[in-house]
Ligand binder design. Structure first.
Ligand SMILES: C[S@@+](CC[C@H](N)C(=O)[O-])C[C@H]1O[C@@H](n2cnc3c(N)ncnc32)[C@H](O)[C@@H]1O
Length: 246
């Protein structure tokens, strides 16, 4: 809601603007039913500590922009002892992830069906084992650079919530996005790029699931890159952009 007093608008923290799609084709009946029945069960509650929501103390990972959820579901199935929070505002993608959860009986995923940036301030310092941003929208035009999800302010937040030694994985098949992801993250004090040789970014890390999107990129001869970073020791000095706690 816009505050009527312009002076107050200047000081009130602003919600980030989301530029993607929230809706796609009309959902099939079965998808709608899953949203109605399962989303309340699997929805992430930012006001409750993840350990309580998952009912255990475990390594917890965040995936920002899970799309159709294939990667997130693959991770959750391969790592049953870990827990996963997935954020995605595209409701068709949320419905698709719920189908994987249902079919593979995955109990270790919670879904935030909205902008990931809204929940980051609610996640405790150093409480995550890692985060993934896979094939984010590239926004290749320079004048759209501010729309790219990975920004120094997002890295500040991730550096705060990922524990020292934790992992940040970024991937893309788009040349502009690859340079952006790599340069922006290398420039951030909170993360160290772990690559030693080209194979470390040219080959998919063995523990990450292959998705249909990755196969499609390969068939179209688009070279994907995977950039792995480690959260280094040390404190986060300041968060650049205040997002209100919800
Ligand atoms: C190009 S798609 C990639 C989807 C998926 N990661 C994959 O590899 O197929 C990028 C996704 O990021 C999502 N996204 C963009 N901004 C986001 C944000 N602020 N929070 C959460 N998801 C976001 C979009 O809705 C979209 O589904």
């Amino acid at each position: 809601m816009v505050d009527k007093d312009p002076a107050l608008n200047d000081v009130a923290p602003k919600s980030p603007r989301f530029y993607g799609r929230r809706k796609g084709r009309p959902l099939r009946k079965s998808m709608k039913r899953r949203l109605d029945e399962f989303l309340p069960e699997f929805v992430f509650d930012p006001s409750v500590c993840p350990n309580i929501q998952f009912g255990r103390h475990s390594d917890c990972y965040l995936e920002i922009g899970f799309g159709g959820g294939e990667h997130l579901a693959g991770l959750a199935a391969a790592m049953p002892d870990c827990d996963f929070i997935g954020a995605e505002p595209y409701i068709n993608g949320v419905a698709s992830l719920l189908r994987y959860i249902d079919e593979r009986e995955l109990g270790n995923i919670r879904i935030w069906p909205d902008d990931a940036r809204l929940i980051l301030p609610n996640i405790d310092t150093a409480s995550l084992a890692g985060a993934y941003i896979m094939f984010p929208d590239p926004w290749p035009k320079r004048r759209h650079a501010a729309r790219r999800i990975l920004q120094p302010a997002l890295l500040d937040q991730l550096a705060k919530i990922i524990r020292p030694g934790g992992r940040l994985v970024l991937a893309s098949d788009d040349p502009t996005a690859k340079s952006w992801l790599l340069q922006t993250t290398i420039a951030h004090f909170g993360f160290v790029w772990t690559a030693r040789r080209p194979a470390d970014w040219r080959q998919r890390p063995a523990d990450l699931p292959e998705t249909r999107y990755m196969k499609k990129a390969e068939r179209a001869e688009r070279q994907s890159s995977w950039f792995q970073f480690r959260r280094c020791e040390g404190q986060v000095q300041a968060i650049r952009e205040e997002t209100p706690k919800i």
